[in-house]
Each structure stands twice: as C-alpha cells, then as structure tokens.
Ligand binder design. Structure first.
Ligand code: ZN
Ligand code: ZN
Ligand code: ZN
Length: 140
C-alpha cells in the first residue's frame, strides 16, 4: 500500500543519499555512523523513523536475516529484483538472480492461490551458508 507523498527534509535527504550511494545492505546504525563520519548529525531515532517512512513508500527494501538487525537497501528501478545469500560466518550479504527460480515462484504463487485462496503479493528469499572467502580461510 502506497501512502501519500511526504516532505523530503534535509535529514531525510542525507539518509537517502547514503542508501543511494551504496550497493550494500545497511542497518540504521550503519547509516548513523556513515553520517557521523561525514560530520552530519542525525539522531538514531530519526533514522529509524525515516527508514520506516521510506519503507512505507516503497523507497527502500527491508532485509531481515534473523540476526536481530534489520538492514535496508535502496529500491532502484534499474536494479533488478534479487534474492540474498547470507554467510553465517562473516555476515556478508550477497545478491543473486535466477530466472528459473523466479519462474518457479510464479507457478508457486498460482498454486498457492488455487489451493489456499491466498494471494501472494511479494516474496523474500534468504539462503544461508558459507561464503567463498570464509571457506578459503577455513582451509588454511
Ligand atoms: Zn563469509
Ligand atoms: Zn539486496
Ligand atoms: Zn524473487
């Protein structure tokens, strides 16, 4: 559900710039420290509120990998829909796309609708494992 437009204040602009300027998945704390390093003072509570607002307006995606920290990414129209790979050793979040998986998900959405009368509107997929670098480290 999209809400009405909102004012983009200077503080909100700063937060948006941080998210726009990276491909990484940032938590509210990450954004707080990035801004602090640039000598821009925005309180953590404001960042939380702003991220929530952005989320409600479809400006950011929430990534919740279940480690107690919610991370955000800017929704770029040029950036394709993707899923996430999460390394359980170093916490790195990688992105991947897979056409066949999306086709399967479309079919699944149809079957869910037929079987349960439930309309799937969106999905998130997180695959947990060990990244290449951590596996290399383990070897040595
Ligand atoms: Zn790793
Ligand atoms: Zn992502
Ligand atoms: Zn997908």
């Amino acid at each position: 559900m999209r809400k009405k437009n909102f004012k983009i204040t200077k503080k909100r602009q700063h937060i948006l710039e941080v998210l726009k300027g990276t491909d990484e998945h940032l938590s509210a704390e990450d954004i707080y420290f990035i801004l602090k390093r640039k000598n821009i003072k925005v309180g953590l509570a404001t960042i939380y509120r702003t991220l929530d607002l952005f989320y409600q307006h479809g400006i950011v995606n929430k990534i919740n990998v279940g480690d107690g920290t919610v991370r955000y990414e800017y929704v770029d129209r040029k950036r394709v829909h993707h899923h996430h790979l999460i390394c359980i050793k170093c916490g790195k979040i990688m992105e991947y796309t897979d056409k066949k998986e999306e086709e399967f998900l479309k079919e699944l959405t149809k079957r869910i609708k037929d079987r349960y009368g439930f309309t799937v509107l969106s999905h998130e997929i997180y695959l947990y494992g060990i990244c290449n670098e951590c596996r290399e480290k383990e070897k040595s």
